[in-house]
Design a protein around this ligand. Sequence first.
Ligand code: NAD
Length: 267
Amino acid sequence: MYDFSQQTALVTGAATGLGKAIATRLAADGAAVALVDIDEAGLEATTRDLAATGAKVLAVTANVGSADDVEAAVKAAEANLGPVGLLVNNAGIAVIKPYLDHTDEDFDRQFTVNLRGTHLFLSRVLPGMVERRRGAVVNISSVAAIHVTAPHAGYAASKAGVIALTQEVAFEVARHGVRVNCVAPGLIAVPPSATKQPYLQSAAGTAGRVTTPTTTRPLGFGQPEDVANAVAFLLSDQARFIIGQTLKVAGGTDLQISMTYPGEPLP
Ligand SMILES: NC(=O)c1ccc[n+]([C@@H]2O[C@H](COP(=O)([O-])OP(=O)(O)OC[C@H]3O[C@@H](n4cnc5c(N)ncnc54)[C@H](O)[C@@H]3O)[C@@H](O)[C@H]2O)c1
C-alpha cells in the first residue's frame, strides 16, 4: 500500500476491467479519484461500489478522443476533488482481425482512443502538474506494442505510440518535478462480465484457467490487481527515480520464443 491521501487521481476507462481495479487501488491508498469513461451506466455502478467503501470518488462521463470532453472532464475533476496529481491513461479499445481485413475506420478508431486520448489528457493535465512541480502519470500500453500477440496491427501500432509518447514527454517534464511512465500488461483475466473485449471474454475469462501454469504461461493469467499494483508503484514516491519506462506486467509470457513446439500448420 502507498499513501496517496491528500491527492487527486484521474483514471480513464474506469468503469470496468483494469481501469476499475486501478481506481479501486488508488482509492484504497487514500486518493480522491475521478473515474472517467464513455460508458455512463457502467461508470455510475463502479462509482457507487467505490463510494460504498468510503472512497471519495466522482464519475465523469467523457469520450477520451474528444478534446472538448477531456477539457470538461479535467475541469469537473479539479472543481470537485482538487488539482489532479495522479493521472492514469487506461481507456483503450482493440480491433482483433488480420491487418489485411483492417479498415481505415478500424485504424482511426483505435488511434483516436488509445493514442489521441492519451495525448489529450496528458496535454490538459501536465501544465497544472508542471506549475505545481508535482505529479505522476502512468499510461497503459500493452505487450502487443512490443511482441506479436494477436492479429491486431492497428491496436499494436497505437500502443507502440503510447510508449514513444511516454518516453518523449517523460524526458521533457521530469525537470519540472513530474514523472511519466508506462505499464504494458500481458493478457489479464478480466472477468467476462467486466470487459467489453470479446477476445478476453472467450480467452481469459474462464475461472479455472486463471492461475493454472501452462507451457506458455508459467504464472497462468494475470489479474487486474497485478496491473493496479504496478501502476500504484510507478505513481508512488518509491518510483521517484524512474521516468519514461515501460514496465511489462505479463507473467513471463513475453520471455519465450518457442523452439520446442512447432505449432499448427497454416490453413
Ligand atoms: N485486459 C488485458 O488483457 C489487456 C492487456 C494489455 C493491455 N490492455 C489495455 O488495458 C486497458 C484496459 O483494458 P481492459 O481489458 O480493462 O478493457 P475493457 O474494455 O474491459 O475496459 C476499457 C474501458 O475503457 C472505456 N472506453 C473505451 N473507449 C472509450 C472512450 N472513447 N472514452 C472513454 N472511455 C472509453 C470502456 O467503456 C471501458 O470501460 C486498455 O487500454 C487495454 O488496451 C489490456
